[in-house]
Write a protein that binds this ligand. Structure first.
Ligand SMILES: [Cu+2]
Length: 115
């Protein structure tokens, strides 16, 4: 488990150096709710959903144009990643638990920071 975590960190570090401006946001999934989605989201940012509840979830994101990115079944204690691919309002929901719902607003891809 520790080795796996170390590998993940190494992978994330590698990814971060490739896409310099993409940010990563971690969202904890509790028993029947998502942690509040905070901060500014941009296209290209990576959301990590951390399932700390005691049940499986199947989260998905609905973008402004109605298209869906499905994260598939996520068992307790696991993480799933999603790269945001469309600007505009979006909703995160769970196929298994319709009560789970979180809205967010995604901005266009972040350009180079001004010095
Ligand atoms: Cu669920």
């Amino acid at each position: 488990m520790v080795l796996l975590r170390a590998a993940c960190v190494a992978l994330l570090t590698a990814l971060a150096s490739i896409s310099a401006h993409a940010e990563e946001h971690t969202i904890v999934v509790h028993h029947m709710e998502l942690q509040m989605i905070e901060g500014t989201m941009h296209v290209g940012d990576v959301l990590t959903f951390d399932n700390q509840s005691d049940m499986a979830h199947n989260l998905y994101v609905i973008y402004a144009d109605g298209t869906v990115d499905n994260l598939d079944t996520q068992i307790p204690g696991t993480q799933k990643k999603l790269t945001l691919r469309q600007a505009g309002p979006a909703v995160v929901k769970c196929w298994i638990h319709p009560i789970i719902k979180a809205e967010m607003s995604i901005l266009p891809e972040a350009k180079s920071e001004k010095p």
